[in-house]
Design a protein around this ligand. Sequence first.
Ligand code: SAM
Length: 232
Amino acid sequence: MRVVILTCYPEMFPGSLGYSVIGNALENKRFSLEVINLHNFGIDKRGSVDDEPFGGGPGMVIRPDVIEKALNSITFKTDNYCKIFLTPSGQRLSQTKLNNLSKHEEMLILCGRFEGVDQRAIEILDFQEISIGDYVLSGGEIAAQVLLEGCIRLIPGVLGHPESLLEESFSNKLLEYPHYTKPRVWEDKKGIKHEVPDVLVSGHHERIRSWRKDKAMKKTKSMRPDLLKEDL
Ligand code: SAM
């Protein structure tokens, strides 16, 4: 996958995308990352990209002509691309959306700042609006890294254990079952001993599978009952 980022803060990349599984994928060229500074397309010598909102109100808005110029500097190499604008007022990101996005060969992500981006740029230049959750960050750069972390790990060959995708949270509209590791008996600082559930050390695969399914269902009902109803 080829990823192109439009941002006012190019130095924020690769950021978290340079580490661990995703960092390895970047190094091994499972995806490429091009980061374009919107200020290079600014309207004056200072590289200004924003202006005051029509109608009044606080903050500044990124200009449509700046976005267009930046976009015109990019040539998509395939027809299988998507253009995303990250915004709290977009459609909320989900595992299903990540699955669909990860199938693109090219992905352009526009990171907003200030009050956001002129609506004409979003509509006329055909960006899909995606939110990473119901809260407001001060810029789209971290949101882009969240979206990409979720997407890139779904690209075949990126994860060392691809089977972990099959049972993780949201894969069957359920949260994942709880995990345990060594020590088998853990003594906390009050001297109380906590044992790993017996079934997990029984070696009985069918019982383990059924215990995990039951735990996943109970956890989902208690933490996220909405998942059992929602069409994600
Ligand atoms: N005025 C906007 C609003 O009320 O919806 C908030 C703008 S926010 C301060 C600046 C930029 O941060 C946005 O343009 C967007 O790119 C990014 N951002 C903030 N929260 C986000 C979220 N939940 N999901 C995706 N992007 C977000």
